[in-house]
Design a protein around this ligand. Structure first.
Ligand code: SAM
Ligand code: SF4
Length: 333
């Protein structure tokens, strides 16, 4: 397959070379900021098969995508995910091949991921307190995830990063312990501002909001941070934690709109291609490939022609903007 690097340019001149693929909307956790307690998932018949997912990924690689993140829902609960990951890697076209996981099954999957060519892993971890962990994830057990992290460390991935969503009054006391933990393990850590995706009844999002600036000030009470030029292709802005091998990143969709550098599109588990986390524009790739199976040329043309739908920016801070009803698990975080 030929690489044609500049086929995916959006109307604002941004080169789209990063695809995030959600392989399932299901999850073994029910994090309060991500899902409702009682979720209705997409019927399995409406999900892309792994063959269809592969066909779409292969087409994006042919269009010049060089960075791929596999996510969900929880990607490690998708049956035969290991086979899909291996097959993608056989193309040898990716500069950056990554996965985001809640870590619950990492103990069993860390070696498989390494063998499948995954280079970097993001692991979500919002607290080190097991009771708070249970409250936030509703179904999770902290020590499984900590064991999973140790198994991943043992596999020597190029990079492991922790992701923490901090909610005021719930886990804001976890900022420093998580930073100490990341430093002690030699991992990077990103703090994410909660985004208003889906209606969650567990808390009031406005009351729970913690800005990146506040979190950074908390960290600076115990660590010295120096600006870092490190970028991973995602929206995190990084700071080096002096005297350690770790960096701390801040993903600040509210306080620091990152849209000008946006290089990515997202494929949902049911085959919708989303152009922006904070807007509803999308096209139906499942219908396209079921109507014309294995027609790579037609799919390439369809994707290229749809890029005019990519909006300039999200509007999370605009009270007039339409509410996004998608939950993060169906979007593919
Ligand atoms: N299940 C995997 C995990 O938790 O890492 C992958 C999918 S999850 C949707 C990806 C990331 O989105 C996680 O780091 C999670 O913390 C984050 N996330 C979920 N809902 C969010 C929200 N409303 N605002 C900000 N981040 C969110
Ligand atoms: Fe599951 Fe990840 Fe959402 Fe938590 S953040 S409910 S682990 S998909």
């Amino acid at each position: 397959m030929h690489i044609t690097p500049s086929e995916l340019i959006d109307p604002f001149g941004r080169n789209i070379d990063y695809l995030r693929v959600s392989v399932t909307d299901r999850c073994d956790f029910r994090c309060t900021y991500c899902m409702a307690e009682d979720m209705t998932f997409v019927p399995k018949s409406q999900l892309l098969t792994l063959e269809e997912t592969y066909f779409i990924i292969e087409t994006f690689l042919a269009l010049g995508v060089k960075k791929l993140r596999i996510t969900g829902g929880e990607p490690l609960i998708r049956k035969d995910i290991d086979k899909l990951l291996l097959k993608i890697n056989r193309q040898k076209l990716l500069e950056d091949y990554t996965i985001t996981t809640n870590g619950n099954r990492l103990e069993h999957f860390a070696h498989t991921l390494k063998t499948a060519g995954i280079q970097r892993i993001n692991i979500s971890l919002d607290t080190l307190d097991s009771a708070a962990f249970k409250t936030l994830t509703r179904t999770g057990t902290l020590h499984n995830v900590l064991r999973g992290i140790d198994c991943a460390i043992a596999q020597n991935f190029k990079k492991i990063k922790l992701n923490a969503v901090i909610l005021q009054g719930q886990n804001d006391n976890a900022v420093l312990p998580l930073t100490h933990y990341a430093v002690s393990k030699g991992l990077d850590i990103s703090f994410i501002e909660e985004m208003p995706l889906g209606n969650t009844t567990a808390h009031n999002r406005a009351d729970a909001f913690m800005s990146s600036a506040t979190i950074k000030r908390m960290i600076e009470e115990e660590f010295t941070l120096a600006p870092s030029s490190h970028r991973t292709g995602g929206p995190s802005r990084y700071w080096s934690i002096l005297g350690s091998h770790s960096k701390v990143g801040f993903i600040s969709p509210h306080s620091n709109n990152f849209c000008a550098d946006c290089n990515r599109v997202r494929l949902t588990a049911e085959g919708r291609l989303l152009f922006c986390l904070g807007n509803e524009h999308s096209i139906d790739l499942r219908q396209a490939i079921r109507e014309y199976p294995n027609d790579t040329k037609r799919l390439k043309d369809f994707i290229t022609a749809s890029l005019h739908l990519k909006p300039e920016k999200h509007h999370f801070n605009d009270p007039e903007a339409p509410q996004i009803i998608r939950f993060m698990n169906s979007t593919g975080g």
